[in-house]
Structure formats: C-alpha cells, structure tokens
Design a protein. Structure first.
Ligand SMILES: [Zn+2]
Length: 293
C-alpha cells in the first residue's frame, strides 16, 4: 500500500515540476553541437519513454503530431536514432556512434504500438524498443503475438521485458521476482525467436535487490523513468529516460532533452528528499549523482 501511495506521490512531484516549469521563464537553446563520432566518452544518449500514441483519453498518451514534432526536433538538432542493439554494440566497443543519439522506448505493449507507432517507425526510418508486460499479450487493448512477431521480424522493433504482472519489483520476494524475469523473457522469446536482455522497471521503481536479480538472470540493461542523459558512465541497469505525456509541451520537451539546469535541479532535489524519506536508497543515490553532474 505504501508503495502504491509512494508511486502516486512520485508522479505527483513530476507533474508539479512540469507545471511550475511551464510558469517559469525558459532559457532558449540553439543546439546542434558537434556531430563527431563518439570515442566512448563524448556520447550523449537521450532515451524517450512513451506509452500510447494516438487520440486516446489517457494522460500517458500523446498525439502522432506531438510525437512527430519531437522526432523532428531531435533530427533537426543533430541527433541520430539508434536501436538497443546499436547501444549494446557501442558499449562493447564493436561499433562507433555519432555523439548525439536518441532511442525511442514504448512501455506496456499497448495495441497503439502496432496500429500507430509501427507505421510511423517504418515511414520515418526510426527504430523502437518495446517493453511488454507479458500477461497482457493477446488481451483487449494490447498487442497480440502475431503483431509482435511481425514488428520484430521487420528488424526495426526490439522487444524487452516489462515483467509479467507489472508489479513494483522492489515489493517482490526474490523467488517471485525471478519468476517475473524468467517467465516474461520466455514468453517474448517464444514469440520473436530473439534474445531478451533488457528490462523496464514497472512504474519506474527499483532497488538494489532488483538490480542483483537482473544480473543473475543475464539482463544487461534496465530502464528507469528518471530523466537525464546516458553515457559510458551510466549504470546500464539504471538507464535514464524522459517520460513523454500530455503535460510535456514542446518547450518542456526541449528543456528535458537539452538538460535545462534549473529544471533538473528542481526535479532531482524534490525526488531526492522523497526517496530518502521513503528509504528508496537506489533511487536516492541516483538523484544525488544527477544533482552533482
Ligand atoms: Zn508500465
């Protein structure tokens, strides 16, 4: 119960920051920055997190138009889109990447992934990473196995685990958590025939025990919903993602992507206090790291 409440409060803080930020004046950014090839140190990876795209009556949905504007901004400002496999190969020193890159991620496995996102991905030459809560596959409002198979077969869409039941991983016993990690992976792999090595924390919650369980089960990457940039120093089990929802105007989108100091400081100060109070030490530690960047 405490964790459910805690989620609501965490989301509340995020919304409050958005609102405050809308009201305050913003620094304008003219980007691009150099487009050199990353030697490992210079790479700056922005990961965006979407849920539904299209006309839905849902706070965690954005219109196709907003999505396209956001992608346009990134392309126009010198960012290149990469897949998770690209990021993994880069981390292993197998390939080089431009310094400014972005990754698109979509959580939960909503049917809009197939109906709206997949056509946009094909049309615009994008790549996407989709995190499935596997219990929902083949149920109303969610992707079915045939759609997942088709998207995966296109080579443009990768699939990761978002657990089986979408419970907060920090509330589960080790045995149950292991089951969530193993069963969700098996389900996805049986549909796509491809390896699953990435996880997105349900509701953005995690702790040290969850990271250990992920490592023990050979997951190489895990995605939070803490905003920020990713580079070679980022813990691969604590990847930063910027959540895009209806509250994110274009101005705020740019401020998150370009790491507006005032916005980040405000967000992470509030989040640090909250996480410390709730004994969420992994979250508090990440907040501290971000505050000292
Ligand atoms: Zn989710």
């Amino acid at each position: 119960m405490k964790n459910i409440k805690s989620n609501v409060v965490l989301r509340g803080i995020l919304l409050a920051v958005f609102t405050l930020y809308c009201l305050s004046s913003l620094t304008c950014y003219s980007s691009p920055g150099d487009l050199g090839i990353s030697d490992g140190q210079g790479l700056r990876l922005v990961i965006l997190n979407y849920h539904k795209i299209g006309n839905y009556n849902d706070f965690y949905s954005v219109s196709s138009k907003q999505f396209s504007e956001q992608v346009d901004y990134l392309f126009n400002n010198g960012y290149a889109v990469i897949s998770l496999a690209d990021f993994r190969s880069w981390r292993q020193g197998e390939i080089e990447l431009p310094n400014k890159v972005f990754m698109l991620t979509f959580d939960d496995g909503n049917k809009s992934d197939y109906e709206t996102v997949y056509p946009l991905i094909k049309e615009r030459g994008l790549k996407g990473v989709f995190f499935l809560k596997t219990k929902a596959i083949n149920t109303e409002g969610y992707l079915n196995a045939a759609q997942i198979k088709e998207m995966s077969g296109s080579g443009l869409c990768e699939f990761g685990s978002h657990s089986v039941t979408h419970r907060n991983v920090n509330t589960l016993s080790k045995k149950i958590l292991n089951g969530e990690l193993i069963d969700s992976r098996n389900t996805i792999q049986s549909i796509t025939g491809k390896d699953v090595y990435a996880f997105a924390y349900p509701n953005g919650m995690w702790d040290e025990a969850a990271m250990e369980a992920l490592m023990e089960n050979d997951y190489q990457f895990a995605y939070t919903v803490m905003p920020g940039m990713n580079d070679l120093k980022t813990n691969p089990l604590e990847l930063r993602r910027i959540i895009i929802n209806r509250g994110v105007s274009h101005k705020i989108f740019v401020a998150w992507v370009e790491r507006d100091e005032k916005l980040y400081k405000r967000y992470y100060s509030a989040m640090f206090k909250k996480a410390s109070r709730d004994g969420l030490s992994a979250v508090a530690k990440l907040c501290e790291e971000e505050l000292h960047k």
